[in-house]
Each structure stands twice: as C-alpha cells, then as structure tokens.
Design a binder for this molecule. Sequence first.
Ligand code: BGC
Length: 879
Amino acid sequence: MKPIPGASRRLTRRIAALAALAFAVALTLPLTAFAATAAGASGAGRTGAASTAASSSCPWLNQSLPVDQRVQMLLAQMSLADKINMVTGAGFSEPYVFYISAIPSLCIPAIGEEDGPVGVGDGLTGVTQMPSAVSLAATFDPSLATQYGQVVGSEERGKGAMVDLGPTVNVDRDPRWGRSFEAYTEDPFLNSAIAVADINGVQSQDEMAQVKHLAVYNQETNRNTPADNAIVSTRALHEIYLPAFWAATQEAKASSVMCAYSTINGQAACQNDYLMKTTLDQRWGYPGFVTSDYQATHSTVQSANAGMDQEMPAPQYYGSALQSAVQSGQVSMATLNDMVSRILTEMFQFNEFNNPPTGSTSTTVTTPAHQDVSTAVAEAGTVLLKNTGGTLPLSANGAGTVAVIGPSASLSPTDTGGGSAYVTSTFNVTPLQGIQAAAGPGTTVQYTQGLPTDTSLTPIPTSNLTPAYTGTNYGQTYTGTLTASETGTYVLAFKNPGSYTATNLSLDGKVILANPGTPPVSTYSVGVDLQAGQKYTLQLSGGGPSANLSWATPSELTTAIGQAVAAAKSASTAVVVVSDDTESEAADRASLNLPSAQNELISAVAAANPHTVVVVDAGAPVVMPWLNQVASVVDAWYPGESNGTALAAVLFGKVNPSGHLPVTFPTDLSQVPASSPSQFPGVNGQVQYSEGINVGYRHYDASNQTPLFPFGYGLSYTNFRFSGLSISPKSLQNASSNPGATSCGCNGQSGNLVTVSATVTNTGQVAGSDVAQLYLADPAAAGEPPRQLEGFQKVTLQPGQSTTVHFSLPGHDLSYWNDAANGWVVPDGQFGVYVGDSSAPANLPLRGAFTVVRSVGARYATINAPAEALPAETAVKGV
Ligand code: BGC
C-alpha cells in the first residue's frame, strides 16, 4: 500500500479542519474567531527557536530555584498577550501538528507537539514504525512497554517535538471503534499498567507525554459533535474510563492530558467540569496541563473556567477571544495565570527552558536499536489463538513446501492503522519476505496471491450499474441500481483519497463500509453475496470528485482463489495471511468481517489442506467463520515495520508465542457489550453507556456468554501448570476506608492488604512464557462483575522449571466506586480469588478466597453527599 507522503499531511489535516469547521458552524460555533492568524494573539515575531538569552535577563533560567518560584518570576513578567500565546495553538502551517510559538524575549522556547501513541506520526519520515498499541498491551509486559515508550520519546524529541501526543488510553468499549488499534485494551487494570510503563519510557527521554483523550472517547461515529454524547454513570467513569488517566497522571506523572472529542453527560469533554475540575484538578490534584484535541474546543469562558489550558491547533475560542474574555472579566486573570502556570510548571519540570529539543522534523531518528524494540514487541505481542495437531511451529529446515497465500502476505501487507496514529515506515518486511528469509534447507516457500488487491479492482460496468458512477461533489451521495450478473461473492470497493471524514458505502440501505481515506489506506473493500438478476440499491455518501467505485466478480474471485487452492493442495502447509486494513481514526468499522473475500479464501484453502495456518493482521477482533476448518490461527495485530521478521520467528518457533488477548474476541456483533444501536453508536443524540461497568470480559462473564476467545487468552508451544495458591491473610478487618484520599497516591484506599502467590510450571518440552493472571470476585453486595483483573505477571520458564508469582493487593484493588461515599470503598464480605492464564473460568484453575470483616476503624456512612463533593468533603465518617 502507498502511504500518503509527508508533504500532503498538512493538506489532509486542512481538509479535515475545514470539514470540521463546516460542521461546527452549522451547529454552534461562531465563524469569526476562526479567522485569527497563526501568529495568535501575541502578534508577529513570536515564532522561532528557543532563545538562549543569558539567565541575567531571564532569571527563571536559574535551575537552582524551586520550580514554583521560577513560574511566579516568569509569570510576573508576562503581558496578557504573552499569556494568551502560551494557551493558543499557533495555526495550521506550523512544523508540528500542535504548536505554541516561542517568546524569545522571555526565553520561552516554542512548544512542538506531535503525534503520537505508536511512534512519530503526521507523515514525518525517518522514524520507527512500532507495532500497534494493542500489540504492546498483548505482551502483558510493562518492561517492553517502557522500551517502547523510550523509542517513541527519543524519536519525538529527536524530531524537535517537546510533547508526544500519546499514549491513547481510551478503553476498547466496542471492537468496532476505528481507533482500537492505537489503544491498549478493554480492561482498566491492564490499561493503567501498560500506560504507566509506556509513559515512563517516553518521559525518561525528557519528552513530555500527553495522555489522551480525556475521556469516554470510544467511537468515531459522530465524533466532535454533540451527538457523541455519552450518557455514562459516575461509577463507570471511575471504574472503567478514568483509571488509566489516574495512573498516567499520578503514577507516571504524565506532563499533560488531551481532552477529547466526546461529550460526557451533556458537556463537551474540553469544557467538562466533572472531568477537568472536579476530578483531575480537585480530586486528583493534577499539576499538569490540559490541551484540546484538534478543534475539540467549543467555548471560551466555559473551557477556560473548567481547566482547559491550551486550544489546538489554531485560535478559534482562545487567542483574541480569550484575551477579550479576560479583559472583560468573564475569565479572571487568576484563571489565566493558573492555565499558563500549569504549562510553565511542566516545562520547568522537564527542563525545557534550559534544554529544549534541538532536532527538526527532517532529522532521521530511527536507529537499529529502535527497530529491534519494534521487532521484539511485535514478536512478544503475537497471540497464538489455535494450534491443533502441533501444526506450528514449522520446522525451518525440512518443512517441505510452505504455500504462502494472500495479498496481505506480499503485495499489500497491513502493518499499521490509519489516522493521526499512522506512522510512516522507512522499510517494511512483508510476511512473505520474512518467511523466505527464515526458511532453511528443505523448506520451499511458494507465493500465491489468492485474491485481487483492492487497488487492482475494476470499475463497475454500466451494464451492471446505472446511472454510471462518475464521482460526486464533496459530501454528496451517489445512488445507483446494481444488477448482479452472477450468483456468488462479489468484492465491492471504493477509493477515497486523503480525508478525515467517513465515506459510507451502503447496499439496500445497510452500511457495508464506513471509512475515511486516511493514510495508509485509500481503497476499502467488502465481500457481499449477490443473486444473479437481482437489483440492489448501491449508495456512496461522503465521497467526492476523486472517489471511485470498483468491484471483482465471482468469476474473477473463483479464478484467483482457485490458484491458491491449487498451491495449497500441493504444499505441506498453507499459510494464509489476511488483514483488516479498514481500521482508522475518523470512522468506525461497519462490521467485524475481514474485508474483501478473505473469509472465502481461507475456507477454500482450508478445504484443500488440513495444515492451514491463518495469520491475522488486524488492530482489533475480527470474526472467524472458518475457525473450525483451519489448524492454526495466529493474531499478529498490526505488527509494524518488522511484520514479516516477527511473524517468521513465531511460525518457525524461534520465538515461542506469548502474547495474550487484551480484548475479548466476540463470536459476532450480537455478543458485544454495546450491541444495541442506542449503546453504539447512539440514537437521538445520546450514546447510552447502559452496560455500565460491564465492559469487555466483565460483560461476557456477567451475561454468561462464551466469546470466540476470552480476554487474557493466548497459547504457547509449551504447556503450563498452575499450583500452590496461597492467600495471606485469609481474613482482614475493614479499617481502611478513605474514599476520596489522593495524597496517599493510592486513589482512595491505601496499604497492601492481601498477598496472593501461586506457582507456575512449564510442563512442556520447550522454553516459553506465560502470563499469570489474578482475578478477584468482589462480595455480591459491591455489585461488581463476576471477576476483575487485579494482577498479572509474565514469566519465562525452561522446560520443567517452576517459579512463584506474587501479587500484592493494595486497598484500591479491593475497592469499588461508591456513589454515596463519593469515592472508593472496600466492601465487607468474601472475595473470590482466581489465578490462571485467561479470564475464562476454564483457564482459572486456582481458586481461593479471603474475607474482609467489618469491625473497628474508619467507616463510611451513607449520607446525602453533594454530587461533586471535594475529596476533603467526602462522606467518610468514623464510627
Ligand atoms: C486526534 C488526536 C491527535 C490530533 C493531532 C486528532 O484528530 O484525535 O489523537 O493527537 O488529531 O493530530
């Protein structure tokens, strides 16, 4: 596939900006503010490199002074225009996607903020394309996450960006979310652990991490419009959607937070009092700054007063509008000072005044060491989902003929997802190249495409489509009548180059594809079954003059698939590489199906060869109607630039797979937690988060549903046994209630209360790694889901070797969000303890319990607490 070159990056974003603006204007936004120039309110002459003025003229450069003092000294010298400059993005034409101009006279360096969560994005080149974030989470390995963050942080800084716009810690509420690949997981505990490790890595490179997007941003449909209005309970907020933000800001001390496109309980995220003021500021005491997502600011006064510190990317509501609001007293100078202070505080903390980044956007920052980390994460994140009859690993020498099949194996590999998290690679190892390079003597590798590539499909002839499709004006809808000449599977596709708005393809009124045209993909395809002679209504909406429609007929597909079947028949093993290249920011997936006719290809190959291995390159779950027909399934996520190298290492057993699923794979969409339209993507301007805290495996467990593959699941080429569960103490007094406590750094409940230990033994023939997982079942009165992850540890063991894993359970891990207490409460009663290597009961062989008894100590009592009580005002009462 052809990534859109860096030069078009700004054009792409500008189209998006204009589209968003057009939409916004139609809703609520005043147009005038948008006309402000890139120079912002502080006027010309503010751009440029950091000043190196002597500290005599800028005494706040004196590093021996406390940060607070330096902030106050500088603040005292800043004019109103200077302050406005610090809180307003400089515009659309700056070197970094978000940019604050320097103020040389005050020795304030420029702030470049660049995407993103999975490597340096926004079309910049000379960087390392990392595996998707979901792949990182699948490693269940915080130490790898730190290395990952180090690569991203070092490359962002090397590019001259002071702030890395990442990681993305939004919860994978639904597998259709277009950005699932750039987020980690559906589980708040894993989310927090990986986020902390990743951010620690980024910030170890003196790079500020901007954790995003606060909060409840879980879908692209209707994004940045009031219709993405999440109606969500306070409890779900604190238990599911906010924990990773708490961990990122409190444990990893992320410099900044990006507020989201979503609206939460009727208030847009970037002016949401509950999220920014009540929670981030007052409850958590967060000292860092909040930046708006790209045009996610929707007001001047409300946003500033809620604690939104930086509008990006251009002055619309801040800039001159904020300046006027301060002058008229609608926003107090004290508020503006707070906003600026939060930004300056982090800049001093990260020593950006004395040591700003020196690189530029053209600096080459990828290194062999960085590329090795990318490969290591891709390998460790790969999940072996099925492996019957020891089909894998293949022997590198003497495996006979390996038929490698599929466009994704060679001609159009899918290494990463689209949108702002898209990273331009300097090289890519295709699956075929990787397998060829790893195959030794006695192993012959043959390649068959098996399907046409999406970009090679042909226009739908006028004999089949009337009126002829010739493009439309931007945003308009084409409607035609499609008549099938044959009965069977067709591939329908559209091309929609470079935009951040969704284009929808519908057949008889049902959306079958909903995609943007963001890099790296511009052509999207879907397989559909049609009847000869039948007429269908085909619609393409949201396209433009250069969008096109194309297809492949059943005859064409049968020919291509037939070649793959022939190759598979004469091979010892068939490896079919399939991918979902439709995942991107700006649109949600219309279904969980693999695009094109890849399902048909797999079934046909599996019928021809019992040793069929399916490799899935996708950033999120796909449905697998062929699962029972194939011998093995490997999920490699979006593996990044080392795709083929990592895959071959797993297939040939050089690396024993050890990835575990950070998301549940449903059998189909009827199973997912948000399966009704009112839940996803919402109806009548509201998205009902009515599943509450039953997100991910919590939902499957609570509703007794067996998914295709459970959260936490992953196979190995060896086997593991769990034994020797030990829980200490078995009984403890509930004496730790302090629902709102934050000063302890414990999010409400402190102290290590319980320790759980278990022994893991490698009972197989080869060395391997497993992920020991601890789940707790709260006392029924807490109203929690059946089980929740509260600990995990990855262990690597030689054949026959055992090790003991220890899990410490601090008070917070035992507590739940109690609305009446306006905070975290440890419930009394019996806690079930489950240890094993997935969330499914069948994989949790060790069972035990401990009891929390109510006796002496601080208690909570149910009284009428104010809905937005401050931590100091919580309903905690000693008895
Ligand atoms: C995305 C952010 C990104 C920003 C800047 C937005 O569209 O939602 O994640 O950081 O653009 O590119």
